[in-house]
Design a protein around this ligand. Structure first.
Ligand code: 5GP
Ligand code: MG
Length: 194
């Protein structure tokens, strides 16, 4: 076990290189925090205008979307409600292809204007599953917001009404996204280094 001083020095060097290590993997910076916040500001402006005479229900898809949802909702000036659903499909750095609801929706969605808030659309399996689940509640309409989209991984015809950024087909962490449960706390988004 290296001494604490060495670990601190290593952390400082990695920080300077804008790299982080989580467990066995190294990640380099991909989208800095100020860029994320600016883009979320633009999305909020659009949503404020689109829903100005409505009271939408935002559904934060746990766990990955919690920071995106919090930052977006803080920037909204319209009346709105917030609800949560928890789904899971990823194991390690790979999608398992099987999406399951771990915690379902508790809010009444009938005749409501629903906006799903996702962290990232990868294959699109989760998005398709979410649309199907929410439509069972007979909402007035459903729109989809996602901070990130990997167009090259997409296997379904998913319409993202409010999109933050298109990203390449890399494994990302930070700003809510985890690697084996860790890394959600970073304000920036990082990608797996080769
Ligand atoms: P999909 O069902 O579209 O394949 O994947 C959607 C979910 O998988 C996302 O909501 C997210 O939780 C997880 N996911 C997809 N790509 C990544 C990634 O690059 N990093 C992390 N940490 N999670 C991802
Ligand atoms: Mg997600």
């Amino acid at each position: 076990m290296p001494p604490a001083g060495l670990i601190l020095l290593l952390r400082l060097v990695l920080n300077f290189m804008q790299k982080i290590t989580i467990k066995d993997k190294t990640f380099s910076i991909n989208i800095p925090s100020d860029k994320i916040q600016n883009r979320i500001g633009e999305l909020a402006k659009q949503i404020n205008s689109d829903y100005k005479d409505k009271i939408p229900v935002f559904i934060c898809v746990l766990s990955g979307s919690f920071l995106f949802a919090a930052d977006l909702i803080k920037k909204l000036s319209i009346d709105c409600e917030v609800s949560f659903i928890r789904v899971s499909s990823y194991s390690g750095t790979q999608s398992t292809g099987v999406v399951k609801s771990v915690v379902g929706i508790s809010t009444e969605l009938k005749d409501r204007h629903v906006v799903i808030l996702e962290d990232i659309v990868d294959t699109g399996d989760t998005a398709v599953y979410l649309f199907e689940e929410i439509k069972k509640h007979a909402p007035a309409d459903v729109r989809f917001a996602s901070l990130l989209l990997k167009p090259k991984a997409l296997r379904h015809d998913v319409k993202v009404d409010y999109l933050g950024f298109e990203v390449p087909n890399d494994f990302l962490v930070g700003y809510g996204l985890d690697y084996d449960g860790l890394g959600r706390n970073y304000a920036d988004i990082y990608k797996l280094s080769e």
